[in-house]
Design a protein around this ligand. Sequence first.
Ligand code: FAD
Length: 387
Amino acid sequence: MTKKQTPRIAIIGAGPGGLTLARVLQVRGLSAMVFEQEASPTERSQGGTLDLHQDTGQKAIRMAGLTDEFRAVARYEDQRSRLLDKNGTILLDEDPGSAGDHPEVDRTELRAILLDSLASGAVHWGCNLRSLRPMSDGCHELIFENGLRETFDLVVGADGAWSRVRPLLSQAVPLYTGVTFIETGLDQVDEEHPAVAQLVGHGSMSALAPNKGLSAQRNGHGHIRIYVAFRCPFKWETEAGFNEEQPEAARAWLLKQFADWHPSLQALLQECNDHFVVRPLYMLPVGHRWDFHSGVTLLGDAAHLMSPATGQGVNLAMLDAAELGWAISERQSLDEAIHTYEQLMFPRALAANRFADESLNVFISSDAPYGALTHVRQHFISGQALD
Ligand SMILES: Cc1cc2nc3c(=O)[nH]c(=O)nc-3n(C[C@H](O)[C@H](O)[C@H](O)COP(=O)(O)OP(=O)(O)OC[C@H]3O[C@@H](n4cnc5c(N)ncnc54)[C@H](O)[C@@H]3O)c2cc1C
């Protein structure tokens, strides 16, 4: 780029999107400051496993020059997926084998690869953005909760679902999807819970019945992450007596909701040994976009938060980041780069968000599991919808 040889670039958020952008800029000879609200990389658990798709997440990894690092931690053996009904009958058992193109990686390990690849000091921890203010020269001043103020030529909001950059560009707010997850987990599954290990297999399983489901996914290090899903009004579970602060009462409450399910599936709730965390699922309106704004853009969940039903969120966040980083390094000006990136990102996000919404409405619906079975056969087995 020629107009500003060394633009001052701020990235808000050290999630997979923000870190991928920082890395791609570094590879392309540019630098950025990443501001992250968390105090350190270990402040909170980063959550479960992710499968990186060939044409999105893995493409971003290639653009970031991290293929070898990714291969060293990716679990190519854990790509199997199963769909069951509440009686424990297996309706679908897909094994893409070693040729499968969506290997699993634990979020913590993905974040570690990205962090280790950055120049030291690139990430500024403990910097919670409060707001940003347009300046008369076209730059934006960032104002942080810790009192820090800095001015940048380009601000990228990679700050997730509840982005504080987004209000400058759009009035959209995340909407409740009508589905709530309760997340928990199980450690030492192979040694101490062989029946559960066999149920989940090498990959993930979902058992569905009308308006509810139980899913489990194999993470690294013998851990299994479990999601209980309900289609329900917002905060229904609390009003119906679920209290995550009282684990044994919470377990009993969950078992009551699944009282007519097969014991092999109830075992996920009986044997889980992690905290319960309630996660209402949110999405931005399908087709969310904004008018071009000089010097500011969004990527990942900040731009197109969608339900996790299709496993595309991280993949798209990383591809957005890689393409934006590439455009910044190639284009004549930052504005041209933003424009190029947004023209690619908006239609891709629209299609993905529409598909995630449709899939969630099929998976956790009155028609489950048979509507889900048809949907998976149509869209996932061919692999067409995954990227
Ligand atoms: C239950 C569940 C399961 C999921 N499973 C999958 C899956 O299997 N596959 C998949 O592809 N996707 C999945 N997703 C979606 C995926 O988690 C997101 O799409 C992805 O993390 C988005 O990455 P991101 O970098 O845009 O945002 P985030 O990962 O949300 O990162 C944003 C970062 O910004 C920081 N931040 C936020 N506000 C501020 C602030 N004010 N100042 C400074 N920093 C700030 C946050 O601390 C965070 O580090 C799942 C989501 C959920 C809820």
